[in-house]
Design a protein around this ligand. Sequence first.
Ligand SMILES: [Zn+2]
Length: 414
Amino acid sequence: MNPPGDERPAQELLAGLLRDAGFEVSLLGRTDERPNLVARLRGRADGPVLCLLSHIDTVLATPEDWRHDPWSGDEIDGEVWGRGAIDMKSQTAAEVTAAISLAREGWRPARGDLLVVVVVDEERGGGEGAIWLTEHHADAVRCDFLLNEGGGSVVEYAGQRLYGVCVAEKGVFRFKLTTDGVAGHASNPNSGDNALLKVAPLLQAMRDRRPAFDVTEAPTALLAALGVQLDGDPAAALAQVRAQDPWLASFVEPMLGVTLAPTRAFASEKINVIPARAELEVDCRTPPGMRREAVQARIEEVLGDAPYRLTFFEEVIGNSSPVDTPLYAALERWVQRNDPGARVVPSMLPAFTDSRTFRAAFPDCVAYGFFPHRHMTLQETWPLLHAADERIDARDVGYATACYRDVCKELLSG
Ligand SMILES: [Zn+2]
């Protein structure tokens, strides 16, 4: 768990398995306790590099809140329980198992290389993990195709089974709204000028209005796959999805533009002092590619004329990969073969993963989140992320392993 991380024992276990199977393995870390694992299986000729990426760290867990020990990894009634069961030791296991089993059979890429990269420190920003690795060992992890976390659960919609391929991640533009007034004694509200009361219209505005839509490639393709035509009217398209499946509509809606969630407020330090200043912090998520000026324009539209000062204190631009690629096509064919009648659809994560770091480091890299779950739906897996009772249907670990094996063979064959 991270903090503290201490990923070395797990990384050494994986390194040994990969080395024995024929991979060139290095452990590369900013510190000794927290090495990243990079394993390469060279092909017979030059070609694309396919990277199976995962992170080995997890968030914390409070055992009292769980029905079973979060650090056991026990299999109970066909489910593997524990912190990391979904996010994302299951995918590490599937990716490493797929890679090892191929190598043990004597398989080698006909062209290109297969890379297995297991990073540390994803849950705390990647400063020792993906960011450090792509900065200090870019040549070791440079890749053309990347499979990572963030997608692959099934959504059932209008009688169809749809597997999400995460092709895009929203940006994060957290900001602070400050209002100013004049301090006074709270025994007489007429004294001073209460800055906290000036926050009220800002909150009201965020409750009553929402930013205009900014629809990008991924949700456009998703809506098309759901059989919903945008026709320049995202609200109508959303209403159509809602009529069929309210849960899915609430999941899709944030993909269609900027979202604003006020989460923290601060004012007077003392109960008897009218505040001269109040602050409201807002967690704002933005579509891929949207920059600060455009984000600010959307915020100003919502807040209207009430006086405030706006300061961004965290800025990550959203990122994406195109949908029309050989990797997407390979995932599409795999799902069609292995779950007849089911389809893949592009999806967008409202948060970001290490895919962002790889896309930034290697601009031509096509990165997707995909861990196919056949036996658990998105409605079942989503609430378990970073929550109590995280677990996975054991069959899905094998299912995903088969997927990674087949995709490696398909993309790296002659
Ligand atoms: Zn994760």
